[in-house]
Design a protein around this ligand. Structure first.
Ligand SMILES: O=C1O[C@H](COP(=O)(O)O)[C@@H](O)[C@H](O)[C@H]1O
Length: 242
């Protein structure tokens, strides 16, 4: 087993703790370098976390003008599509907090030329961070196939290590995607995986045992910390401690 792992009874208690970690990480990063740069996970699991950040006590305690939100991945759909990760974040969080528009760094995953879209987001990251793209916190989820962000088993995006953004074309998915790549996640100061649901229990045991057939197992920040927050259902097949 690798990384700090905490099991919660349900998604609500997991999300409450994740919101606390987010707030503490934000204050620590802002004390260190006056801003907090975080990449957001999509899908369904982090929605409750984002809702909690958008309500008291977190909403008032977070200095939104010093928080910069990036996207870990995006589905190639319009931003108002139900599948859009941007839309999920907007509805759960952005619509409810006073974050400056300039601090919302959504992935432009639309248009016919996705390689160009990946180049544009790469250029945006380079402009923002300069030569060293380093997130303070990467929020990640895990799919039942072991994918994380849009790093899917067998997809070419897994092998991209010279660019921060790649186009993913997972055979299992209805649309192409954009994703941050391993070097970005593995350079983050902190990585927090949020994993909930019984459908993930089997693969999670393999990921946490370090089986690199599953993309989530290859997220290992070289100089940072990695945390796993699991609900009881996702953790149900893990070996018992001791
Ligand atoms: O497709 C995606 O899936 C993963 C996991 O999502 P969940 O719904 O099982 O929580 C997510 O982390 C990723 O950002 C998303 O695009």
């Amino acid at each position: 087993m690798r990384g700090a792992i905490t099991v919660f009874p349900d998604l609500e208690s997991l999300s409450l703790e994740a919101a606390q970690l987010f707030e503490e990480a934000a204050h620590a990063a802002i004390a260190l370098h006056s801003r907090f740069c975080v990449s957001l996970a999509g899908g369904s699991t982090p929605r409750r976390l984002y809702q909690l950040l958008a309500t008291e006590p977190h909403r008032s305690k977070l200095p939104w003008n010093q928080i910069h939100l990036f996207w870990g991945d995006e589905r190639c759909v319009p931003p108002d599509d139900p599948q859009s990760n941007y839309r999920m974040v907007k509805e759960a969080l952005l619509d409810h907090v006073a974050i400056p528009t300039a601090n919302v760094h959504a992935m432009p995953a639309v248009g016919d030329d996705l390689e160009e879209a990946a180049r544009l987001y790469t250029a945006h990251l380079s402009d923002f961070f300069g030569g060293d793209i380093r997130l303070d916190l990467a929020l990640l989820g895990m799919g039942a196939d072991g994918h994380t962000a849009s790093l899917f088993p067998g997809d070419a995006a897994l092998t991209v290590d010279e660019r921060p953004v790649a186009v993913a074309r997972p055979a299992s998915q209805p649309t192409a995607r954009l994703t941050l790549t391993y070097p970005v996640f593995n350079r983050s100061r902190q990585v927090l995986f949020l994993v909930a649901g019984a459908d993930k229990a089997e693969i999670l045991t393999r990921v946490l045992a370090g089986d690199t057939a599953y993309p989530s197992a290859l997220i290992e920040p070289s100089e940072g910390e990695r945390f796993w927050m699991l609900d009881q259902a996702a953790a149900s097949k893990l070996p018992l401690p001791g």
